[in-house]
Ligand binder design. Structure first.
Ligand code: ZN
Length: 718
C-alpha cells in the first residue's frame, strides 16, 4: 500500500461496508512522490485541506460506492485497476477517511475512534482552550483582487537580475558592516532600550508583511488562489500569515517550491538592502531603522524560516524537495519505530517503506526535532514563567511542558505497555534495562561532596602613601618589614616652597597688622580699614592651609600593620614627587573570602570545614581556606556586589530602585579565611572566583529534585 496512516490507537472493530464519501470532495492529480509513484490529492473545500493518496487508494476511490462490501471493493479494484489490496488496508483507509472527516457518516466503532478523532479535530473545551492559547488564527482580508491588480508592479522583483543585484548589494553591505563592526555591535546594545524595541517591533512587522506578500504574489502569479491574509497567534505572539494551501494543486514540485521560497527571498532581500543602506546613511533615525530592518530580516529568515524544526518555510521547502508530505509526522513515526528497534530490537515492520538512507535521515531528523523541542519549549516555558505573574506563569509552564513534552512521552510509554510481552521477550531489552539502571544508579549515588559558592577573595588591608606636594626627605623613621602602630610616624618630609610660602605669609600678615594698628591716626588708611581686615582674614586662612600641608608632610601609618614596600633608594635629603609611592603599608598577610551560598546547599555546609578558592582567572593559583562562618539569615542585597549577575557575577539578581542587586533566590553570606599568608599575586587586589567546600554528599538526582521543589514552593507562595 502506498498511502500512509499513522494512528497510535488500536483499531476499532472493522467496518463491513464502505461509508458514503462527501460529495464536495475534489480529486486532483499531482506531482509524483520521491519514488516516482503517481499521486493524487483529495481536496476538502470545507476545511481547505489536501490529503495525498497513492495509486491503490486512488483505485479504491474509482470503484467506491456507498454501502458496498469491502470484499466487493477489493475484487473490483483488482478487476478494473489491477491493484492487489488487502481488506485490512481498505479498513484502515476507511478509518483514515472517517477521522479526516471526508465521509458522510458518523464514525462507527466505539469510543476508540471517537477519542482518536477528538485528538485530531473535535477538541474538548479544555483542549480547545489549550489549542487556542498555543495557536489560533484571525482572518483579516481577502487579498485576491488586490494581488491580481498589483501583480504587474512586483514582477521585476521576481527576476533573476534582481536576485543577482540583491546578492551583490548584500555582499557589499556585509563588507561595509565588517569594517564598522564595533559601531554595528554598539547599535545592537541599543535594542534593549524602549525605542530600540519599538523600532525592532515595527521592522519585524514590516519584514513579515513583505514575506507574506512574497508568498502571495508568487502563488497568484502561478494561478493559485490566495483566499485569506490574516494574523495567526502562536503562543500568544501575533504573526501575519497568508493561506497558500491552494498551491497543492500545482503539479510541478518546482512551482510549489517557488511559492515557499518567495517568503525567505523577501526576508533576505530586505536584510541585504537594509544592511547596505545602514553602512551609507548618516547617524540618525533612518540609520537606526535600517539596522532594525536588517536584524529583523536576518533573524526571521535564519532562526525561523530556514529552521527545519519549526513548521515554517524551511520545513515546507525541505519536505517539497524530498517529496514527502506531512514530513514531520512521518519522520516522527519512523523515529519512534527506529528508537524502539534500537532499544528493544523488536524486528517490527517499519511504518512505511522507503530507501534505508531516507529512513535513517528522517529518524535522525525526528530525534533532532525532539531535542530541539525539549530545549525550546523548556526555554519558552522559562520565559513565560518569568514574564507572567506567578500563578499564570506556573499554569502556562505546566501547559507547555505537559502538552509538548510529557504528553508525547506518555503516548510512547503507553505504546510500550501495549507491546510489553514482545519487549520483555527480547534480549536487547535486557541490555537496555541494564544500561538504564547503571545510569540511574550513577545519578542517584551521593557522589558529590562539593559545595560551590561564588566568592570574592580580598587581600588584607593595604594602603600606599604619597607626598601631597613635592618635598624633601627630612627623616626616615621605619625600615622595610617593620611593624608599626596606628598613627606612628613613617617618614618626615619638608618642602622648601612651602617654607618660603609660610615665611611670605608671615611677613604679609605683619605688614597688614602694622597698617591696621596705625589706621586710627591716618585718614587714608582709615577708609581702607575694611579692605585691610578682609586681607588679614584671607592671610590667616592661607596660613592655616599651609600649616595643614606641613602636617601632611609627616607621613604616618593610618592603621597598624607591616611596611610591605618602601621606595628604593629612599634617603634623607632626597626630593620626592607626588607620583612616587613612598611606603606601602599592609594590615596582615592572610586573606579573607566573602561568598554567597545558595539556600539549597545550606544544609550541606558547616563552619570549620576545609575549602579551596578557585579564581575565575585560571592562571592564578588555588588557595586553601577554611569556612569561618555561615550567616543565619539570607542576604538582603548581594554582597560583595561583584557576585551579582548585573555586576558580571554568577548570582541571578534584579536591581531595586536604588540599583542594589537583590538576589532572586535566597543567598547566605559565608566567610572563609586562609590558613597562612596569601600568595603574593593576591596581595594587592580582590579576586573573583568560587569556593569549593567539603559538604554533605548529594546525588545528582536529589540536587535536581531539590531544585524543582524550590521552584514549586517559591512559586506556590508557600
Ligand atoms: Zn513564509
Amino acid at each position: 500500500m502506498d498511502w500512509t496512516v499513522i494512528d497510535a490507537h488500536a483499531p476499532p472493530p472493522p467496518p463491513q461496508t464502505v461509508p458514503p464519501l462527501r460529495q464536495d470532495l475534489e480529486l486532483i492529480a499531482t506531482a509524483p512522490d520521491n519514488n516516482g509513484a503517481r499521486r493524487w490529492l483529495i481536496y476538502d473545500p470545507l476545511q481547505h485541506k489536501f490529503v495525498a493518496i497513492g495509486q491503490s487508494a486512488h483505485a479504491l476511490l474509482q470503484v467506491w460506492s456507498d454501502g458496498k462490501a469491502i470484499e466487493q471493493l477489493v475484487e473490483n479494484a483488482w478487476e478494473q485497476h489491477a491493484e492487489t489490496i488487502e481488506p485490512e488496508d481498505v479498513t484502515r483507509f476507511v478509518q483514515y477517511l472517517q477521522s479526516s472527516r471526508l465521509t458522510l457518516d458518523a464514525p462507527s466503532g466505539g469510543w476508540r475512534t471517537l477519542s482518536a478523532s477528538a485528538d485530531n479535530s473535535r477538541p474538548s473545551f479544555a483542549s480547545h482552550l489549550l489549542h487556542t492559547y498555543l495557536f489560533f488564527r484571525i482572518p483579516l482580508m481577502q487579498p485576491e483582487r488586490f494581488l491580481r491588480a498589483t501583480l504587474f508592479a512586483v514582477r521585476p522583483f521576481g527576476t533573476r537580475t534582481f536576485a543577482v543585484v540583491t546578492t551583490l548589494i548584500g555582499a557589499a553591505g556585509f563588507y561595509l558592516v565588517s569594517r564598522e563592526w564595533d559601531e554595528f555591535r554598539a547599535t545592537f546594545a541599543g535594542v534593549a532600550t524602549l525605542e530600540g524595541a519599538a523600532f525592532l517591533g515595527c521592522a519585524l512587522m514590516l519584514v513579515k508583511l513583505l514575506h507574506e506578500l512574497g508568498h502571495a504574489y508568487v502563488a497568484t502569479a502561478l494561478g493559485c488562489r490566495v483566499p485569506i491574509l490574516g494574523v495567526a497567534f502562536i503562543l500568544g505572539t501575533p504573526l501575519l500569515y497568508c493561506d497558500v494551501t491552494d498551491t497543492w494543486r500545482l503539479k510541478s514540485p518546482w512551482a510549489r517550491l517557488r511559492v515557499d521560497i518567495a517568503g525567505i527571498f523577501a526576508d533576505l532581500t530586505v536584510a541585504c538592502l537594509a544592511t547596505f543602506l545602514w553602512a551609507f546613511l548618516p547617524p540618525g533615525i533612518a540609520k537606526h531603522f535600517m539596522f532594525s530592518l536588517a536584524t529583523a530580516g536576518w533573524v526571521l529568515s535564519l532562526t525561523m524560516n530556514l529552521n527545519p524544526f519549526m513548521k515554517f518555510d524551511g520545513y515546507h521547502i525541505a519536505s517539497d524537495i524530498l517529496g514527502i508530505e506531512n514530513m514531520q509526522d512521518r519522520a516522527v513515526a519512523i523515529g519512534r519505530w527506529r528508537m524502539r528497534e534500537i532499544l528493544f530490537a523488536l524486528n517490527s515492520t517499519p511504518p512505511e517503506r522507503m530507501s534505508p538512507r531516507l529512513m535513517t535521515g528522517l529518524a535522525i531528523y525526528a530525534w533532532a526535532l525532539w531535542t530541539y523541542r525539549l530545549v525550546v519549549f523548556t526555554g519558552i516555558a522559562l520565559v513565560v514563567y518569568h514574564f507572567f505573574f506567578k500563578l499564570a506563569g506556573l499554569v502556562l509552564f505546566t501547559v507547555e511542558i505537559g502538552y509538548f513534552l510529557i504528553a508525547p512521552m506518555m503516548r510512547e510509554f503507553l505504546e510500550w505497555w501495549k507491546m510489553r510481552q514482545k519487549i520483555l521477550s527480547s534480549s536487547r531489552s535486557l541490555a537496555t534495562l541494564a544500561a538504564l539502571v547503571l545510569v540511574v544508579a550513577l545519578l542517584a549515588l551521593p557522589l558529590s561532596t562539593n559545595v560551590r559558592m561564588p566568592t570574592v577573595l580580598t587581600a588584607p588591608q593595604l594602603t600606599t602613601l604619597y607626598t601631597p606636594v613635592p618635598a624633601r626627605v627630612a627623616k626616615i623613621h621605619v625600615g622595610y618589614g617593620d611593624k608599626v602602630a596606628a598613627g606612628a610616624a613613617l617618614v618626615s618630609l619638608v618642602s622648601n616652597d612651602l617654607a618660603q610660602e609660610m615665611e611670605l605669609n608671615r611677613l604679609k600678615s605683619e605688614v597688614v597688622a602694622l597698617r591696621l594698628d596705625r589706621g586710627t591716626g591716618d585718614s587714608d588708611d582709615r577708609s581702607e580699614t575694611i579692605v585691610l581686615a578682609n586681607k588679614e582674614a584671607a592671610l590667616r586662612q592661607q596660613a592655616d592651609g599651609l600649616i595643614r600641608q606641613r602636617d601632611e608632610l609627616n607621613i604616618s601609618a593610618p592603621f597598624a600593620g607591616v611596611v610591605a614596600e618602601m621606595l628604593p633608594a629612599l634617603h634623607v635629603d632626597r626630593t620626592l614627587s607626588p607620583r612616587e609611592a613612598i611606603v606601602v603599608l599592609r594590615g596582615g598577610r592572610g586573606g579573607a573570602a566573602h561568598g554567597a551560598l545558595d539556600e539549597g546547599d545550606l544544609w550541606r555546609l558547616k563552619a570549620g570545614v576545609e575549602a579551596v578558592f578557585v579564581p575565575n582567572d585560571t592562571s592564578l593559583p588555588h588557595v586553601n581556606m577554611m569556612i569561618r562562618s555561615i550567616s543565619q539569615s539570607a542576604m538582603a542585597t548581594i554582597t560583595p556586589p561583584e557576585l551579582a549577575a548585573s555586576h558580571g557575577g554568577r548570582i541571578a539578581d534584579r536591581q531595586d530602585a536604588r540599583r542594589q542587586p537583590i538576589p532572586i533566590a535566597a543567598q547566605y553570606a559565608v566567610t572563609a579565611s586562609t590558613y597562612g599568608d596569601l600568595p603574593d599575586v593576591y596581595q594587592s587586589r580582590s579576586t573573583v572566583g568560587v569556593i569549593i567546600a567539603v559538604g554533605a554528599p548529594e546525588s545528582v538526582l536529589s540536587s535536581a529534585w531539590r531544585q524543582v521543589l524550590k521552584v514549586l514552593v517559591r512559586e506556590s507562595g508557600l
